[in-house]
Design a protein around this ligand. Sequence first.
Ligand code: IMP
Length: 368
Amino acid sequence: MAHIVEGVSRTFNEFLLLPNKTSAECRADGVQLAAPLARHLVGEQSRLQLQVPFTSAIMQAVSSPELAIALARHGGLSFLHHNRPITEQVKDIQAVMAYNAEMRLRVGAGVNTHDYRERIPALLDAGADALCLDSSDGYSEWQARALDWTKSRYPDVVIGAGNVVDGQAFDYLADAGADFVKIGVGGGSICITRDQKGIGRGQASAVLDVTAARDAYARRTGQYVPVCSDGGLQRDYHVALALAMGADFVMMGRYFARFDQAPGAKVPTADGYVKEYWGEGSYRARNWQRYEQPGGGLAFEEGVDGYVPYAGDLNEGLAVTIAKITATMTSCGAVTLRQFHDNARLTLVSDQSFHEAHASVDVRPSLN
Ligand code: IMP
């Protein structure tokens, strides 16, 4: 008989953080946002760290060299997309490497479970710092085989896997050698996977389940395998919630697609500018790895092709997001992400209290 897992599927909108005591030492200018990217022994440091816990989605409409450069300069990481010939992805890595030679910027690259034997050596030769197996459903033997192949040839290479939504799938990929595991099925802003296939899980429930499994795995094996909350972060405070729930870092598509540095065209409308943003499972992307059926032909779409509001320069937008997360952390009495994970107190919100969160006056248009 089919098994029904306990609890309902919850999203970030259903949670709020309770403020904790803010000590005099807990100040915004002391907050550290460094996050581990690679598997490491408990108590030791990851061999690859992010300086801010942001990565950009493995998507044509998001992770171009220009965006990768801008994000890496803030200490984040882009995973350049792989839905194209190997030579083109290599060229993009080289473009990031060539920027501003005195500052070695980090860059990641997406890989698939089809041509990894050819793609991975080429990406590593070009200088990729981290790889990520990219699939809408990563709980598969294909990913375990790709991890095994990679680790047996390149034991020191950082390679993540995913996506998953529960502890059982996390354990499978962690046992298979993943350096980090990515969480999220069906929550992305351009995603229609749940509508089309009926699979997925509310992102908050998925993050809570997987982070509990990560902690149990660390206790059991002495190895800490970081996890990433990918997709469905519609508001800046959702990032704070994902981190509070235990995600080591986040991956975002829509968020980055809004900026000048993202590859989508900027289009004028009556209400201002928008930027193009399309899913990797849309007909426009024609992603043969994530979504195409064996035998060729995209049988159905799992993503849409649309627009997002234009948000200007990444440097300015990201600075505001970081300021908000820093402010949330200090309100919660945390100056490191580890303290945030350990001490965060969350509450479920009712429909009524969700509405109470918004302004209940007619808001005057901002003067700036
Ligand atoms: P967003 O930040 O909510 O826009 O979600 C971005 C994430 O959605 C990506 O990192 C992928 O995991 C996922 N994704 C990308 N393209 C598609 C698609 O076409 N269908 C479903 N999910 C997608």
